[in-house]
Design a protein around this ligand. Sequence first.
Ligand SMILES: NC(=O)c1ccc[n+]([C@@H]2O[C@H](COP(=O)([O-])OP(=O)(O)OC[C@H]3O[C@@H](n4cnc5c(N)ncnc54)[C@H](OP(=O)(O)O)[C@@H]3O)[C@@H](O)[C@H]2O)c1
Length: 297
Amino acid sequence: MRAVVVKELAHHTKIPITKDAPEPQTSENQLLVDVYSTGLNFFDILQAQGKHQSRPQLPFVLGTEFAGRISRNSPIPKGCKFNRGDRVFGAGQGAFADKVAVYPEQLLPLPDILTYDEGAGLYVTWPTSYEGLVGRANMKPGEWVLVTAAAGGVGIVAVQLAKLLGGKVIAAAGSNEKMEVAKRFGGADFVVDYTKPGWQKEVSKITGGKGVDVVYDPVGLIQDTFKCIAWKGRAVVVGFAGGDIEKVPTNLILLKNISVVGLHWGAYRIHEPGQMDTVWHDILELLKSGYPMPCRH
Ligand SMILES: NC(=O)c1ccc[n+]([C@@H]2O[C@H](COP(=O)([O-])OP(=O)(O)OC[C@H]3O[C@@H](n4cnc5c(N)ncnc54)[C@H](OP(=O)(O)O)[C@@H]3O)[C@@H](O)[C@H]2O)c1
């Protein structure tokens, strides 16, 4: 089968596709899935270079997120709700391949309304951004929401969801092209270029001087956003794509009564699996209700 096999740690663009890789062996309780589409996430790029905490032994197959069908020759573990041929999406190590072995708890049924390409981009970004906005920031309709890296994986979903949840969304990105993506595919109300000095003044002006109620930040710009956050604003720490982990002065948090909250979606599996079910239920209902995915426009 075809697979992106990492034999030596390298940037993912330097790793060729192996055409005769062996099919994955399923361990007890695993299913085999035919992969039709995959999503590339930030951590795949880090993992290929050995820069992520998850470091499989070399050689390993790269990739995590996918959509496809349960293989015709898949074992079906006892009590498993999936059958051979079912359309599914999910995550499992080795997804950049024709087949991947996964545990059923890391799979969800792919609603008929979604294509495989759409399904391959759901499993990581959608629940991360949904829980970030709804569970952690307690976002309400009518509130101002600022999303940084708004054209990136979790960022564009945060823009889409914040709009869908009734927010007024300001998308911050690093180029005209990315601002256009946030507007066109995310439906952002306003866009700002956050590489320009003083961009926070533009955000404050857009909000009529009030500032934003919610900040969703996958970059590591929390302290910068304090310049344009509202009184009692809530800032969600999602990631550090910019490369630096910030040390935020707590006096700034005090001055505006700000709440800074963290989000680690993957850790819900250990600490709060029930909340994962709730979030997925809400997202799938949203998608089944015929919500027009902006990426289809
Ligand atoms: N907390 C969680 O549970 C969770 C879940 C998923 C992902 N994450 C984290 O969220 C972050 C974003 O993930 P993603 O999958 O959305 O990534 P992505 O699609 O690669 O987007 C990252 C964005 O960050 C911006 N950026 C700024 N400085 C950058 C730099 N030095 N290198 C690369 N990008 C840079 C870029 O936008 P501009 O060019 O517009 O600046 C880029 O579009 C990562 O840190 C990831 O680990 C966290």
